[in-house]
Design a protein around this ligand. Structure first.
Ligand code: ZN
Length: 136
């Protein structure tokens, strides 16, 4: 069994943003030469996350970010964290910091409308994503 790790770089341009990293994850799988296995996509940041969602209609990404903003407003007089980004920390925990995707015949096993997204909640920033490919 092979195990290969790669680090992806993601530059975000707004405070909140979802960046489709599916192509970069697929490239990491190709480079690893794994035909059957899985890949873990991990975000090592506390104000960002990883999720899988629709890539067909860009309004979906807009609406997900809007719904998260409404669920967790940026300002809350009862927040204590002095950095002022407790909304971003909370969204990071809601979305989660990793996804696992299966690999079959060298390709990611995703639904027709699914993409892997890096979720920025406290940008713009330069970010890293760690990808671990495992299999044969
Ligand atoms: Zn903070």
């Amino acid at each position: 069994m092979k195990i290969a790790q790669r680090e992806l770089r993601v530059s975000t341009r707004s405070r909140t943003e979802m960046v489709d990293v599916t192509g970069q994850v697929e490239a990491a799988v190709r480079e690893a030469g794994v035909q059957d296995g899985d890949v873990i996509v991990f975000c090592p940041h506390t104000t960002a996350g990883i999720t899988i969602n629709e890539n067909a209609d860009p309004d979906v990404v807009h609406d997900v970010l809007l719904a998260l903003d409404e669920a967790v407003p940026r300002s809350n007089s009862r927040f204590r964290h002095a950095e002022g980004n407790s909304d971003a920390h909370t969204k990071s925990s809601l979305v989660g910091c990793s996804e696992q995707v299966l690999i079959r015949e060298g390709r990611l096993v995703l639904g027709t409308w699914q993409a892997v997204y890096f979720c920025e909640f406290d940008g713009p920033r330069s970010r890293h994503v760690i990808v671990q490919v495992r299999g044969e």
